[in-house]
Design a protein around this ligand. Sequence first.
Ligand code: UDP
Ligand code: MG
Length: 147
Amino acid sequence: MATEVMIKPDGVQRGLVAPILERFLSKGYTLRGLKFLNVSKEHAERHYADLSSKPFFGGLIEYITSGPVVAIALEGKCVVEQARKIIGATNPLAADPGSIRGQFCIDIGRNIIHGSDTVENAQKELALWFPEGLVDNTPVLYSQIYE
Ligand code: UDP
Ligand code: MG
């Protein structure tokens, strides 16, 4: 199972790429894709298509296209659900303080990171961000991570 995570422009600008990646990789999840890129308006709108009727949609697209982002593909047991837990609630003020959003940010419109919310959406988002496919990466220490 795989999921798509994106470090948003504020997470990049604030120097949080390494601590964010560390949370997922030290947990034991496998890196299957990693890219640093500027996102077009069209790409951002496709990524957030489900939210197009929301009042914050315009601001959200401006935010996501305001600077480069880091797109990440992660694989492992229950990774979609677990990555969401590690990321924390959408509103950082409601997020568990041990989560990424709970630790590093304050405002909902500057919440530094995205993670796919369902297995179905993860598949769509991985196809959008990594159309070339994921990188083969079999964990050498598989038996040290999974029983
Ligand atoms: N967002 C916002 N205002 C809101 C709700 C959401 O600016 O009232 C932004 C926020 O950056 C959030 C993104 O829109 O991360 C996508 O919203 P969603 O409900 O999918 O939250 P997420 O899945 O990121 O937790
Ligand atoms: Mg979402």
